[in-house]
Design a protein around this ligand. Structure first.
Ligand code: UD1
Length: 387
């Protein structure tokens, strides 16, 4: 089975890495790696590839940054000829970024089966671009690989055929567990000048948090107060750097002694930063999951999460962006953390293996059967490019 594995943005790299690692030893599975180039910086992409030991992509579409429409369309335009040329048996997309949606749409229209890793997650907030990408990608996909129980319920409610849904666990956690010992060797704490268990680590990049001056200003107020208790280490995402400049907030942030602004970190350094932190503050999706498994209290600076298993574990708490609520959440978790001692179901480091097993057991005829169950007439593969 020839599998075209797609990745595009930073959180995709650790997910696809788990799938490739599990497929590699299997003679029945051949992976071809396509990087769309949605993230392209040295620190957002190349460093991640290096840390994760990912092979050099077979194709790099180099789409770069643009508006949602232009970026999504550009991925589609550049992916189509690659797919026609490759003639894979399956396109595998991960996560919820623009690249995931763009490549699924191209594939289904060419009659190539699509597998979505991390299917079924829902924040029920259509103001988030990722939620739109999730709903649309799942509607298009033939194989729905689900990371947590809520995903199975959501897909059932939306009417996905049950034969197409596979509860396999969380590939992001596979990668975390596989790399945890390597991360122990990182010297990032010394470089930043913090002590284990005595700092918070912060990430912030969601448009809803960083594009609005009032929201971002309120968050900075809350973070300043937290930084009086212990240092807050803040690797700043490029989008956030831009917004801080545009909104004239960079100086204010620089003026707060307890907040340590650093560049985006590689996978291993960031893993070490999270693992040794007293507290994680984030608006990311994946970091909520990683903190849960590392058993570090996490305050999620959002009103909702598509990952309720992290809340049920007790390690994650939604605190929104209002200064008072963030500080109340901080006081609540900083005393005695009371999370579960076991990880959510199937977050055991073997999700990639389960995906590989499903693919081997299905074989190409099985993929075509699942395509038919979705209402797509099986075809002999991608046709020629239109003029
Ligand atoms: C994207 C994903 C988001 C994911 C996040 C992780 C979508 C809709 N969003 O958001 O789900 O959580 O990645 O980081 O797909 N930029 C650089 N260098 C880079 C990449 C981006 O400077 O390598 C800057 C660009 O100016 C760009 C901005 O960051 O305009 C945003 O990048 P983009 O890929 O559009 O979205 P993210 O906010 O990173």
């Amino acid at each position: 089975m020839k599998i075209c594995c797609v990745c595009g943005a930073r959180p995709n790299f650790m997910k696809i890495s788990a799938v490739i690692a599990a497929a590699e030893p299997q003679p029945e599975l051949e992976c071809v790696l396509v990087h769309t180039g949605q993230h392209y910086d040295e620190r957002m992409s190349k460093l991640m590839f290096k840390d994760l030991g990912l092979p050099r992509p077979d194709f790099n579409l180099e789409v770069g940054s643009a508006s949602h429409a232009v970026q999504t369309a550009e991925v589609m335009v550049r992916f189509e000829p690659v797919l026609v040329d490759l003639q894979p048996d399956l396109v595998l997309v991960v996560g919820d970024v623009n690249s995931s949606l763009a490549c699924s749409l191209v594939a289904v229209k060419l009659g190539v089966p699509v597998g979505h890793v991390e299917a079924g997650l829902r924040s029920f907030d259509r103001g988030m671009p990722e939620e739109l990408n999730r709903v649309a990608t799942d509607a298009l996909s033939d194989l729905l690989f689900v990371s947590e129980a809520s995903g199975v319920d959501n897909l059932r409610r939306e009417g996905a055929p049950q034969d197409n849904v596979f509860f396999v666990g969380n590939v992001m956690i596979d990668t975390l567990l596989r790399n945890r010992h390597r991360a122990e060797e990182s010297r990032v704490l010394e470089r930043v000048g913090v002590e284990p268990g005595d700092y918070a680590v912060l990430t912030l990049h969601r448009p809803s948090n960083v594009d609005d001056p009032a929201t971002l200003g309120g968050l900075i107020d809350a973070l300043e107060e937290i930084s009086l208790r212990f240092p807050v280490v803040f690797p700043v995402h490029p989008r956030t750097v831009q917004r801080l400049d545009e909104l004239g907030l960079r100086e204010r942030l620089h003026g707060i002694p307890g907040i340590r602004l650093i560049e985006p970190q590689g996978y291993l350094d960031f893993l070490k930063l999270m693992a040794d932190a007293r507290l994680v503050l984030t608006d990311s999706g994946g970091i909520q999951e990683e903190a849960t498994v590392l058993r570090v209290p996490c305050l999620t600076l959002r009103r909702n999460t598509e990952r309720p298993a992290t809340l049920e574990s007790g390690w994650n708490r939604l605190v929104g962006t209002d200064r008072r609520e963030v500080l109340a959440g901080f006081e609540a978790v900083i005393g005695t953390p009371t999370g579960a001692s076991t990880a959510p179901e199937l977050w055991d480091g073997r999700a990639g293996e389960r995906i590989a097993r499903v693919l081997i057991e299905l074989g190409v005829p099985g993929l075509r059967r699942l395509q038919a169950a979705r209402g797509i007439a099986p075809s002999s593969g991608p046709g020629p490019l239109p003029d």
